[in-house]
Design a protein around this ligand. Structure first.
Ligand code: ZN
Length: 426
């Protein structure tokens, strides 16, 4: 049976327009002001907004290996709850998908257990550590979407150089966690005023920028598509801006938390504010937003990093790095950026859906159009609510946004014409 989403507003060419959407066999068959209900299953979404499903190129689903933190089932449901229809899963699981066989096992799990589209990264080096490279060609052949050692930077320049040469040959991106361990060791938050006040060891901005400068030179020399993960500093934005200007094949992402939070908000030793890279200064945060607005930064990615309650207890000195993000990203960004007129809804949707799909060459994602797959999310932009742990579907409740009032709510998410999340009527 065909489905009509009736009386909603659709984001078309950057404008919200009143339109019905007809879905058949997983595809969008028609978009027009009035589609008759006859013969069709009608879903009334009066006053709500239909957006292209969001695409997150940086998530951690923890399975296999760490299923007390998250599973593919709970992680993908959390993604659907946040309006995402496609995510890219990082390879810091156990076993690491660093051979074609292990990658295929991983992807099979994704397909069996995930309720949305999951693209799977392979690691850059064996076991995601050291200097022994994976077989880039074989991993491309089985279907890897790119290569990443996320969680740690590649420490040796020669290793990164060879990895980029190999990735360039198979036309796949390197998605880099950028961190020089020799400059960052022991830090738990930004090396700055808040760390000094709290007597906690800091991670200096140079631990990111020094390696980013190195990597941009290597990317220029190899021609690889270099994707810079979770930029956190103003100097990093400037490095990427200059590299783009001289034609380096670089793209970059920023997280919602680096856009909306900064170190001045860390007034107690609170592990919910511990992530890597850390929250930097207000000036860094402003530079990240400017970078998004001028196109230096291409997209927003959550770096969804669920942990157990125990992992995030106690002091920042011992707690795990990382916070969740999939279920809160749209609501917090819409409220803080769009409602404050810092950007438009169309820009936010571009950064969360169209752009990540484009830079990773997903031709079927990131758009609402006749003939495109029905991967979409239905949002109420006029529904104030408070973010609570109880409403989260992720196993991880480690979000610094809990308690925040937000102006928008994801009502339902559809992947290939099937509802994968629908808010229960209350
Ligand atoms: Zn990372």
């Amino acid at each position: 049976m065909k489905t009509v989403l009736k009386n909603g507003y659709v984001l078309i060419a950057g404008q919200l327009q009143r339109a019905d959407v007809l879905i058949d066999a997983g595809m969008i068959q028609d978009i027009s002001p009035e589609i008759p209900a006859s013969q069709n299953q009608v879903v009334s979404i009066a006053g709500q907004v239909i957006l292209p499903g969001f695409v997150d190129v940086h998530v951690h689903f923890r399975e296999p290996g760490y299923t007390d933190k998250e599973t593919i089932a709970t992680g993908s449901l959390a993604a659907a709850h946040g309006g995402y229809t496609t995510v890219f899963s990082m390879p810091n699981v156990q076993p690491v998908p660093d051979t074609p066989q292990r990658w295929l096992q991983m992807q099979q799990l994704n397909q069996q257990k995930g309720c949305i589209h999951i693209q799977q990264y392979a690691s850059i080096t064996r076991q995601r550590t050291g200097n022994e490279l994976v077989d880039f060609k074989a991993l491309k052949q089985v279907g890897a979407c790119g290569f990443s050692n996320d969680g740690s930077g590649v420490q040796t320049a020669a290793t990164m150089y060879q990895a980029m040469q190999a990735a360039a040959q198979v036309h796949l991106p390197i998605a880099a966690h950028i961190e020089d361990d020799s400059l960052a060791h022991g830090g738990v938050m930004n090396a700055g005023l808040s760390a000094q006040k709290l007597h906690l060891p800091g991670i200096p901005a140079v631990s990111e920028t020094a390696q980013l400068a190195r990597d941009l030179e290597l990317a220029a020399a190899t021609g690889v598509h270099y994707h810079a993960c979770h930029l956190s500093t103003a100097a990093s934005v400037e490095l990427v801006r200059a590299a783009k200007k001289r034609g380096v094949n670089v793209t970059a992402e920023v997280t919602p938390h680096h856009l909306l939070l900064d170190e001045s908000m860390i007034t107690t030793d609170n592990p919910l504010f511990k992530m890597n890279p850390p929250l930097r200064t207000l000036a860094d945060r402003q530079a990240l937003l400017s970078g998004l607005l001028d196109g230096t930064i291409d997209c927003i990615a959550t770096d969804h990093a669920p942990h157990t309650k125990l992992d995030k207890q106690g002091s920042m000195l011992t707690a795990a790095f990382g916070i969740t993000g999939l279920e809160t990203s749209f609501a917090v960004l819409y409220t803080s950026l769009v409602q404050s007129n810092l950007c438009s809804l169309a820009q936010l949707v571009n950064w969360m859906s169209t752009q990540p799909a484009r830079i990773f060459h997903l031709t079927q994602a990131g758009r609402i159009a006749i003939g495109a797959p029905a991967d979409l999310t239905v949002v109420d932009l006029n529904h104030w609510t408070t973010i609570t742990a109880a409403n989260m579907l992720s196993k991880g409740k480690n979000s610094p946004f809990i308690g925040r009032k937000v102006a928008a709510q994801i009502k339902a998410t559809m992947v290939h014409g099937q509802w994968v999340y629908q808010q229960e009527a209350k």
